[in-house]
Design a protein around this ligand. Sequence first.
Ligand SMILES: [Zn+2]
Length: 301
Amino acid sequence: MIGLARPARTKKSGNDVPIQTLTAKAKVVDLSDQDALLLGLLGFAATKLWNVANHHRRSVWGATGKIPDFVQQCRELKTNRWYKLLPSQSSQEILSELDDSYRSWFSHRKNGDPSARPPGFRKKETLSTVTFKQKAFEILPGNRVKLRLPKTYARREMVLEYHLPPDTTLGKVQQVKLTCDPTSGDWYVHIAHRVPIEYREAGIRVIQVSEKNTSTTCPLCNKRVKTARIQRGLFLHCGQAFNADLVGAYNILQRYLREAGRAWPDPSGVVGALARPAVNRFVWRKTTPKGREQGTFKQAV
Ligand SMILES: [Zn+2]
């Protein structure tokens, strides 16, 4: 079996082993009422910040004709009450998600989608996802995570215990996200962690292929269409909707076959399979001040 790695999307560890990012979803257990209340407050603050930032975008847009971008919003809103009620990187993450949504909306508009609407406001009762990065969290032994809270709080940190899915071994943890199930009220930690890809053990040979343009090339007409990759992992071109990750994977395989001088086994079959939109793997692409961040291969956990 052959595995195709995207060099730009995998980082090398010291001994030259490719690394991938996985996300483990773990239910928070033994959550005290006090901690549940605090988590609810964080989720509420995240919703409020989303709405404040969205209102800020729209009102500046109405007044000046220009929509403030992510960097401007970070500057303008850092003194906002809701912004200060979350760790600063958690607040920035929300502004980044909003920026992402606006970019998606613009792509739709550019593609002439008449039903495209600017990002909406969240309902007050919605508890939004809260992201903890870098110094705002610490993974403790015994399936526990310590979250650090901003100055405003009397308590400066909270420790949550979680149940990892069986057979999950965490690598180096990058960030954790907290979400609340609106029906059950249960909280979940989504732990993004880096693990070496153990290809050799799985009998997989790794061949590195450049991923340049592979996410923007239409698998049907082979044209480069930067605007085709739109919101939530969708790629629209040639009157078809594709899963954007599949488009990238397809193009990387095409490139490998071309470079290796191999023939494409059965293009019609694969295109047929690709043409069926896979709606169950919608994945947010992260946006940074410098633009879109590279993703990784997604793997079901
Ligand atoms: Zn096309």
